[in-house]
Design a protein around this ligand. Structure first.
Ligand code: ZN
Length: 292
């Protein structure tokens, strides 16, 4: 299955990614509803990475248009206090939004979206002032599960399997196989890349282009990744496709693409790499031409 992912992601202004087949939205920056129009009604589950305004302010319009009993379900880092304030405000601001449900999530929590699909949260260190026990910023991993016949039984006939299922129970004939369909870093410093290993599609932030640039910035601001760090780390991971977003609007399209090609060459990254350019909505990203 090739996922249909549409998104907009520019540091400071807005970030959101819509995964159509999974009826899922990752972050909810400005512009979702006016961009997706009627398609925004397909969103059942919204996973917010953190409370920075460029990741949440699209929710007001989206929810007001699409609220129905129990949906959309909004998931957010449990210690992101201004997101629970936004829940309270939005439910008072628009009566219809009372129907939406909001779920705080801690680290490594699982949310079942469908029988064969779940999302797992992963705390990161984007928010500098978060204490160790606080969860103010999350990335997400989306898994698909399938039951596969155990190797002991693959040579048996249908009838023999049916009888075994009756005596042993159907579950004992199969193993659960997990596929990491998609991972989303949220805003994060370049850290813990091992957690994204073996994922089919990684959406990672790359706010700045080089480590040298990052080193010149104030260190008390929330932490971000550089393109250089992400591509260096991805070179050692088993990933099928990389989508880069959250670039600073200080960079031109040419600067971003040149840097992606330069670092892909330097680190021997050979997988397809897509990028979301500042100020642009990218439709159906995986069916567009990769930059690498
Ligand atoms: Zn951001």
């Amino acid at each position: 299955m090739i996922l249909t992912i549409t998104g907009y992601s520019t540091a400071l202004f807005s970030t959101w990614y819509f995964v159509e087949e999974l009826r899922l939205l990752l972050d909810a920056g400005d512009g979702i509803a006016p961009t997706l129009l009627q398609k925004s009604r397909k969103i059942d589950h919204i996973f917010l990475s953190h409370a920075d305004r460029d990741h949440v302010t699209g929710l007001l319009r989206l929810n007001e248009l699409n609220a129905r009993d129990g949906f959309p379900a909004v998931y957010y880092p449990t210690d992101a206090g201004s997101i629970s304030a936004l829940e309270t405000f939005s439910k008072q601001f628009d009566e219809r939004v009372k129907k939406t449900v909001w779920h705080p999530l801690g680290d490594q929590q699982q949310v079942q979206l469908r029988k064969d699909l779940f999302v797992q949260s992963a705390r990161n260190n984007h928010v500098v002032k978060a204490q160790l026990h606080e969860v103010k910023s999350l990335g997400y991993q989306i898994y698909q599960t399938k039951n596969k016949l155990k190797s002991d039984f693959v040579d048996l006939s249908g009838e023999a399997l049916r009888q075994l299922a009756e005596t042993l129970g159907r579950e004992s004939l199969t193993d659960e196989v997990r596929t990491n369909l998609l991972a989303y870093s949220g805003d994060t410093p370049a850290e813990n890349f091992d957690q994204w290993n073996n994922t089919q599609i990684l959406i990672h932030e790359a706010t700045f282009l080089t480590r040298a640039e990052l080193a010149t910035l104030e260190t008390n601001r929330n932490q971000h990744s550089t393109l250089e760090e992400v591509l260096a780390a991805v070179a050692d991971l088993n990933i099928q496709t990389l989508i880069l977003g959250h670039f600073s609007s200080r960079y031109s399209e040419e600067e971003i693409d040149e840097a992606i090609r330069r670092f892909c060459t330097a680190f021997h990254v050979t997988i397809p790499v897509h990028r979301l350019l500042p100020g642009q909505t990218h439709w159906d990203i995986l069916r567009s031409d990769p930059i690498n």
